[in-house]
Design a protein around this ligand. Structure first.
Ligand code: MRU
Length: 365
């Protein structure tokens, strides 16, 4: 299980004008703490994927607004300028918008610059604390599913397949898809995670495998195309992924390749669950394929890869210089392929009615 004190973002202990993050681009080969000194450092950290994962992107945006309030000539103007740029920094994960809008709502109450910074700091801290509680809630509900599978297998290993990194590193701690796994492991259940490599950025091999190893959870790295084969041979009991944006009807945008896992799971009667904090639900849209903007990222992510050569972390090019590249970062899994949504309030059907049962106020019923 993750150390209770683990955090992916925090204020520097001896200098509260600096926010610190783990530079996730360098894992698993180097653990490097990176300082955010200005809000522009926060934008760069989100865009260049020092931090990634929907909840952590939202928290980083919140802390970036705190930095804007500290350093601007007119704090409120600087916060508004920062908010506009943060909102443009990555398009798919909806937590970014949620966090920025939440903070902007509270800024009107500040009578001077110092108060504004304090209000935003308190809000950023609350966003992080709430995220931890939300992830633990997801964990407790998801654990029930794993317990049921474990009972049906008379205590034999429960094999979970996951895609991308929806772990502690994508949140503040615990993760979304990994929270049930960490709680199960802590409770002594035999669990094993099939970790999709997750091309092109390798969040599976470089982040999920790293954090599972750090926490002693049995796991095996597989190439992205192996999942269907494992499902055909009864080696996957459940798929649990995260999501970057979920529509009010239960369509789910997640890392590219998630849709193919859902299709394979459907064909093999393997339950396919998506774990999500309610902050990832976009109540304003229903049709994920039509309405969720899909980020297209730098072609270099496809033709270059990060690893260690002769003991030195390096980036190597894998394709010819002239090869044309397409790099869609996310895809949408339609609700009909999703067995259920694991939220902090419980598990529901991936449908408008299902979500409305757990979140009646947000759904407007
Ligand atoms: O592009 P990334 O690394 O920010 O991808 C997002 C993700 O981390 C995943 O899609 C994840 O499963 C959802 S966030 C808990």
């Amino acid at each position: 299980m993750p150390d209770e004190a683990f955090r992916t973002i925090w204020l520097k202990p001896d200098d509260s004008s600096i926010v610190q993050i783990i530079d996730q681009r360098r894992l698993p080969h180097e653990y490097h703490v990176h300082d955010l000194k200005t809000w522009r450092d926060g934008v760069a950290a989100i865009q260049d994927m020092y931090v990634r994962g929907a909840p952590l992107i939202g928290a980083t945006a919140a802390w970036s607004l705190y930095l804007a309030a500290l350093h601007g000539e007119s704090a409120i103007d600087e916060v508004r300028r920062a908010a506009a740029e943060l909102l443009e920094s990555r398009p798919t994960a909806v937590n970014l918008h949620w966090a920025v809008e939440r903070i902007l709502l509270h800024t009107d109450t500040a009578s001077d610059d110092a108060k504004l910074a304090n209000i935003i700091r308190a809000d950023a801290e609350a966003i992080c604390d709430e995220d931890i509680e939300i992830c633990l809630g997801i964990g407790r509900h998801g654990l029930l599913l794993l317990e049921e599978i474990s009972r049906s297998k008379c205590g034999d290993t429960v094999n979970i397949l996951t895609h991308c990194n929806a772990g502690a590193l994508a949140t503040i701690n615990w993760g979304t898809a990994t929270a049930p796994v960490y709680l199960a492991h802590r409770a002594g259940m035999n669990v094993h995670v099939w970790v999709d490599e997750t091309r092109p950025r390798n969040q599976g091999s470089q982040l999920t495998a790293w954090e599972l190893a750090e926490n002693g959870v049995p796991h095996t790295l597989i190439v992205d195309n192996a999942g269907g084969h494992l499902m055909q041979h009864g080696q996957v009991d459940i798929v649990i992924t995260g999501t970057d944006r979920t529509t009010r009807s239960g369509d789910v945008a997640n890392k590219i390749g998630t849709y193919l896992k859902a299709l394979a799971a459907f064909d093999n009667d393997v339950p396919f669950y998506v774990a999500l904090p309610s902050t990832t639900i976009d109540w304003s849209i229903a049709d994920g394929i039509k309405d969720i903007p899909i980020e297209e990222r730098d072609p270099r992510e496809v033709v270059e890869t990060y690893g260690v050569a002769d003991g030195t972390p390096s980036i190597v090019r894998t394709a010819a210089q002239t090869t044309p590249v397409s790099n869609y970062a996310f895809d949408v899994t339609p609700a009909r392929l999703v067995t259920g949504l694991i939220t902090e309030r419980g598990i529901c059907a991936a449908s408008e009615d299902g979500l409305a049962t757990l979140f009646p106020r947000e759904a407007g019923v």
